[in-house]
Structures are given as C-alpha cells and as structure tokens.
Design a protein around this ligand. Structure first.
Ligand code: ZN
Ligand code: ZN
Ligand code: ZN
Length: 368
C-alpha cells in the first residue's frame, strides 16, 4: 500500500515539472503514469479511462461505470466520474480541459482517443506527458527503492540456485528452463513474470532470444535474463553459466565483460551524464578487441516498468541524480558461436552507486 503522503510527493513533483514546461493539463490513460499518481491501472480496453491532472485543483478520474468497482478511491487525491454506455466519454474529457491551452498526453494513449480529442479541442497546443512525468518518476523515493531492493533480492536467490547447479539444464530445452525460471519468479514473491530469456550456445548471441525447443548440451554457455514485478516494482538480472568445461575464448571474454560491468557500475556517480556509464563499459570492451560484438546500449532505467527513463546510452545527457535506478548490462555477442551478458540493477546515491544485485558475478561452471 502506497501511503497518501507518497502520492502527494509524486503529484507535487509532477506539478512542478508541469509548471516548468508550461503544461496546464495532463491527460493520462493506459501505462504506468496513472498508477504512479493514484495507484489505479487503467484496463487496456476500448472503453476510455482517463486521469485529468490540472496544474491546480482536484484530479479527476473518468472511468467506465462498470470498472468503477475496481477503483480504490482516495478522496483526498482524486474524484471519480463514472460514465455509462450511452455517454461519449471524450466529451467529458474535453469538458475537463476547458481553460487549458497546453495539454500533455500520455505516451501510451491510443490514437482512437487522441484523434477524438484533437477535433474536440482545436487551438490547443499538445505535448508529451513523458516530459513532465518522467523526470519525477526517474527519482525514486525511499519506499520505491525498498521495493526495487526486495525484487532484486528475490531474483538473486534464483540466480544463486542457477549458479549452484540446482536448476537442471543439460538435456532440457531452453523453453523448459524458461518456464522453471518463471515459476521461481512467482514462488519468490513476484506477482507477475515479465520475461525469462534462456539462450544456449550460439543462441546466446541474440540478445533478446526467444527461448525455444533447442536442447541444452554439455560445455555450453547458457545466458539467463529474467525479471518480474514485485509489489509494483521490477526486477531484472542476467547471469551466465557453463554446463561443464569453459573454453579459453569464452573465459577470456568473460573476464573482459566482468571488468566492463564493474567499471560501468562505478561510473554511476551523481552528476555525470548517463552516456558516461555507457562509455565506461564500452571502452573496456573495445580496448580488449570485442567492440563490434557489443551491439546494444549499456542499460535502462527501471521502476514500475522494466524499461523506463533514464537510458544509459551514447547521446543521453541526463545527469544522474540520487534516486535514479537503472541497469548496467554490457554484453559480448559473437554470431554463430556464443554470447554473454552480465546485468545488475544499480541505484545512484550521494554516497556513490549502490548495486542492488549481489549474486556471484563469475562465469560459473555447473556440473554437466
Ligand atoms: Zn532488454
Ligand atoms: Zn535483463
Ligand atoms: Zn535489463
């Protein structure tokens, strides 16, 4: 349960961004901005649900009458306007926007709603809600960091079992191991599994491989990248194991990767631009001659969503602030041969980067 004071902290943070960006009204539909502000997840259906956030005054949740019973109403925070089947809800939204001249719209609002609003509200200037909500959402409060920590501890326990050889690999398909990781995510307290990538041997060279019918053999690298949502906040970890003997080329690459990841984590100092974290990991990997095999950004922000702002990528000038939570996940992928990635979640703090994942960072050989 998120206390009212926490919602009030979030709302005032969003409102100060609205003021800075000259936004009069914020319109949020599906996605995570609405639950961030009031705890309610809109159903992703054709019936409109919309939270209207004016620069000042009461918030209004416009919701299908049949979904009103799902709303946990917090009267100090917002009022609820249910609409019946014969009403055009876009008219209700437009009515709430009278007097505004600049409206910010949630990234995931469907075009069927946005196009309807454009014609009802001519002469309005439109902008993205991301500009005003994301700066607030990026800076996690104490309760949010605590939730990220317990989600990280849960996936660490699964990673430890993987590295301890307690999750059978050889002779099973990637899909079977993925299903087992998914079960363990739920057993460890996640309410939802977001992904469980299992990629063996040459399949590991595809960073977002979809686990399939390939049977895991001996002396192969197995990349496992898994995460879910626990108490509303996400976990995300990648560890690799080898089923038997580790070849010298794989061992050499892992030592480079492990150093790159460590240096990337340490680069996460408050005040530096996010791109510096990417540059730090990439420099180590390039220096060792694997530069062409590191084909993605170093990391992504994490919170209520698995991937959210800020992104650790060249070109991102966003300065790291205390409370930013993000992944550091460099990888080396040699097409046709093998791939590897090492990923932890990190929180930037005034005392330096705080690593949330503590599972062993070595490339562990599990008995085949
Ligand atoms: Zn990813
Ligand atoms: Zn991951
Ligand atoms: Zn990740």
């Amino acid at each position: 349960m998120v206390p009212l004071s926490e919602y009030q902290r979030r709302l005032s943070s969003v409102r100060s961004q609205m003021q800075g960006h000259g936004v009069d009204t914020l319109l949020l539909s599906i996605g995570h901005d609405m639950p961030y502000l009031i705890g309610y997840h809109a159903m992703p259906l054709e019936r409109l649900t919309m939270l209207v956030v004016p620069a000042k005054g009461e918030l209004t949740l416009i919701v299908p009458a049949l979904e009103e019973p799902r709303v946990h109403h917090i009267p100090e925070l917002f009022r609820v306007v249910p609409w019946n089947e014969t009403v055009e809800p876009l008219d209700l939204v437009a009515g709430e926007c009278s007097g505004a001249s600049t409206i910010a719209v949630g990234d995931q609002m469907w075009s069927r709603f946005l196009v309807g609003l454009l014609s009802r509200l001519p002469n309005m200037s439109w902008t993205r809600a991301n500009d005003v909500v994301s700066p607030a959402r990026m800076v996690k409060g104490a309760a949010e960091i605590a939730a990220l920590k317990s989600a990280a501890a849960a996936v660490d326990r699964i990673a430890a079992r993987l590295q301890g050889g307690d999750i059978e690999l050889v002779g099973r398909t990637e899909a079977e191991v993925s299903a087992e990781l998914s079960r363990q995510l739920l057993a460890e307290g996640h309410e939802k599994v977001n992904f469980a990538i299992v990629a063996a041997g040459e399949n590991a060279a595809s960073p977002h491989h979809h686990p399939g019918g390939r049977i895991i053999g001996r002396d192969e690298i197995v990349l496992c990248d898994f995460g879910g949502t626990m108490n509303g906040y996400c976990s995300d970890i990648t560890r690799c194991v080898v089923t038997g003997a580790i070849s010298s080329d794989v061992a050499a690459a892992w030592s480079v990767l492990q150093t790159a990841q460590e240096i990337g984590v340490r680069a996460g100092v408050v005040g530096v631009a996010c791109e510096e974290v990417d540059r730090a990991t990439r420099a180590v990997i390039a220096e060792a001659g694997y530069g062409e095999y590191f084909v993605h950004r170093t990391g992504h922000g994490i919170g209520m969503e698995e991937h959210e702002d800020p992104y650790m990528v060249e070109g991102s000038r966003v300065p790291l602030a205390a409370g930013h939570a993000y992944s550091v996940e460099p990888g080396i992928y040699v097409p046709g041969k093998w791939g590897m990635r090492l990923e932890d979640i990190v929180v930037a703090t005034e005392q330096g980067p705080l690593r949330l994942n503590e599972a062993c960072h070595d490339l562990v050989s599990v008995a085949a």
